[in-house]
Design a protein around this ligand. Structure first.
Ligand code: B4P
Length: 191
């Protein structure tokens, strides 16, 4: 199995780049943002709980997200590997993910960290908000709150995996194609 974490702040292009990576490498895409939005659309109890946090730009509680990831992985027992997009986002989620992977006799191979400046992030997210209907992308105050959550809680994910020498930084500004070419180079060197 080959397991990859695509890491970076909100709007850094994790979802955008995931599409090419999963297509090229046959990985199972696990986006906690997409899973949470599906739960909201289906108005499940989990979705109703998650919505209040997401609308405020806050992270959804760890136990909610970890349970959802566990269910998703168990539903895909024959996966060649997973691309984790937007997960883990806290140290507790890193520890839970390592334990889930260990139970399956596998581990994280690499964390690719997309680096994008804050001004560019806000511009991209407001741009998406204008067309996507995503409520967390239309309000600049909520976008800034998401970026603050990233600095307060999620940068710790890179620190966690750096202790195992698994983090590779990749410039996340430029064309989608040029960024993908750099990500591909790092993946091909390891897969
Ligand atoms: P996510 O769905 O993970 O979304 P994101 O971080 O906002 O976006 P991403 O980085 O994927 O950006 P994208 O490629 O789409 O999270 C949403 C919310 O869910 C969180 O705030 C949180 O509340 C909750 N949540 C999710 N996972 C959680 C977890 N594990 N724990 C707790 N809570 C969790 O790109 C954004 C825009 O930029 C797009 O419009 C795209 O077209 C554009 N773009 C991409 N690349 C570009 C480029 N190179 N140049 C110009 N524009 C580009």
């Amino acid at each position: 199995m080959f397991n990859l974490i695509l890491f970076g702040p909100p709007g850094s292009g994790k979802g955008t780049q995931s599409e090419n990576i999963i297509a090229a490498n046959g990985l199972q895409h696990l986006s906690t943002g997409n899973l949470l939005r599906n739960e909201i659309t289906n108005q499940t109890p989990l979705g109703l709980k998650a919505k209040t946090f997401m609308d405020a730009g806050q992270l959804v509680p760890d136990e909610v997200v970890i349970g959802m990831v566990d269910n998703f992985m168990n539903a895909h027992p024959r996966a060649n590997g997973f691309l984790f997009d937007g997960f883990p986002r806290t140290t507790a989620q890193c520890i839970a993910l390592d334990a889930l992977l260990q139970q399956k006799g596998t581990e994280i191979n690499v964390v690719l960290a997309l680096e994008v400046g804050e001004q560019e992030l806000v511009k991209r997210l407001l741009g998406r908000g204008a067309t996507s209907g995503r409520s967390d992308d239309t309000n600049e105050t909520v976008i800034r709150a998401r970026i603050k959550e990233y600095h307060d809680k999620t940068t710790a994910v890179a620190t966690y995996y750096a202790q195992f020498n698994k983090v590779v930084n990749v410039k996340g500004e430029g064309t989608v194609e040029s960024i993908y070419a750099n990500l591909k180079k790092e993946i091909d060197a390891r897969i």
